[in-house]
Design a protein around this ligand. Structure first.
Ligand code: PLP
Length: 421
């Protein structure tokens, strides 16, 4: 059996194969960018169409009481199930950046931890900007950013040493956006606790991709987005998780009316809600909230453990041939080799990375177009979303990467990059 036949056989035996049909697929295209923006669930389209007509068009303001006010809580309950926490520990709304601002500000001002932020060079830039901004606003010393010699992995010994030296409020991405490095969450939470510190985990590249148990890992605070592996839609609302016992000690830096104990009393004085709702600020974004439910439902139905198992199997199918066929052509693996240290995407590089991305996007003769993404300085990210990625997709990708390098097709492509890559 050749590699192509093997891929087709794996697809036939795939227990998650049925879920591909739940999404919209443009023709003749392989989408490997679900780690940036997930695909459109067909049910989301239906939900939005009926909401627009019936709830907005016909029912108007009455829909707040009948449907919309409870929507964030309804979705928080589903996300809580995915993260193995209580529904009252999750809040849905705003963007990841805004949520990090609220949580980091609240923790640093709580008096429970030293007033020092710490992050690392694998974290997503917005997280580091937010911590820097809060430090300036609150006249704190600048955040410590632990620098590693590589983007591939964190140096855990160095990170732990820095936590001992600079205890306080730490922010790390559970799966790093560049290399997909997957941190040992529990060990780091316990280390932080032992040294009077707390970690806010950014779950953006992890939720819907790896099995996350926030209780088992002793996680106290997290934030994350829903538009990647949860297929919530462009700019879909993000979430906050705060462990129950922490909530009474925290205050949101944005005292909006939706975080008030009784918003519809229209009191002149601010009285924060008792629960995690105190981190709410303004009117919920109803259309985006309604669009994100279908993607979360599909993930819950498929089961995150099965999704993770298929993600590893798809990655291994690709990597098995990568070393023998792509490395000799100049490709380098920029993700950890060990599957336990890797999230769902695979990062590669080549001296012609950006131009190779363009060749993939253009497709060729019998080959489909392939949509990866590119991150500077030279990373090609292949976002594997097991809910709709197939083994045959991975086979086509390997073959195409091989052809492009063997025939130096990239020499025909331009070096100019658009804004979103
Ligand atoms: C790890 C991580 N954190 C935060 C963000 C930014 O989130 P937002 O733009 O939704 O605030 C991203 C965006 O891709 C991300 O990958």
């Amino acid at each position: 059996m050749n590699r192509h036949e093997k891929a087709q056989e794996c697809d036939r035996k795939d227990p998650l194969a049925q879920y591909k049909a739940a999404f919209f697929h443009p023709e003749n295209e392989i989408y490997l960018d679900g780690n940036s923006l997930g695909k459109l669930p067909l049910k989301a389209k239906e939900n939005i169409a009926s909401l627009m007509q019936e709830q907005w068009g016909e029912n108007l303001i009455r829909s707040w009481n009948e449907h919309w006010l409870d929507l964030p809580k309804h979705l928080a309950t589903k996300l809580a199930q995915l993260l193995n926490v209580n529904a009252k520990e999750v809040l849905v709304g705003e963007s990841t950046s805004v949520n990090l601002y609220k949580v980091a500000h609240a923790l640093i001002q709580s008096g429970h931890y030293p007033k020092q932020f710490l992050t690392d060079s694998l974290n997503f830039p917005t997280d580091n900007y937010i911590l820097d901004g809060i430090s300036r606003e609150c006249a704190l010393t600048k955040p410590i950013c632990v620098q590693y010699t590589t983007d591939l992995k964190a140096d855990l010994n160095l990170l732990k040493e820095q936590i001992i030296e600079h205890p306080g409020v730490i922010c790390l991405s559970l799966v790093s956006y560049k290399s997909a490095y997957y941190y040992p969450m529990k060990a780091l939470n316990l280390h932080a606790k032992e040294h009077n510190s707390i970690i806010i985990w950014d779950l953006s590249h992890a939720v819907g991709a790896v099995a996350i148990d926030l209780k088992e890992t002793h996680t106290l605070a997290a934030i994350g987005c829903t538009y990647k592996y949860l297929n919530g839609g462009p700019g879909s609302p993000a979430f906050i998780y705060l462990e129950d016992s922490l909530i009474p000690h925290l205050l949101s830096p944005i005292q909006g009316w939706f975080g008030h104990a009784k918003p519809f009393d229209f009191s002149q004085d601010y009285l924060p809600a008792r629960g995690i709702e105190k981190f709410d600020a303004g009117t919920p974004t109803v259309l985006s909230l309604a669009a994100m439910e279908a993607g979360i439902d599909i993930t819950l139905d498929a089961g995150i453990k099965s999704i993770r198992a298929k993600s590893i199997a798809l990655s291994n199918f690709f990597l098995d041939t990568f070393y023998t066929e792509l490395v000799p052509l100049g490709y380098v693996l920029e993700s950890p080799e060990n599957e336990a240290e890797r999230g769902a995407h695979i990062t590669l590089s080549h001296q012609a990375s950006w131009r190779i991305c363009q060749c993939l996007l253009q497709g060729k003769e019998k080959r489909p177009k392939i949509i990866p993404d590119f991150r500077p300085p030279h990373y090609i990210r292949l976002g594997i979303a097991p809910i709709y990625t197939t083994y045959e997709d991975m086979w086509h990708t390997l073959e195409r990467l091989k052809e492009i390098a063997q025939n130096k097709e990239f020499e025909q492509c331009s070096n100019v990059r658009p804004t979103v890559t």
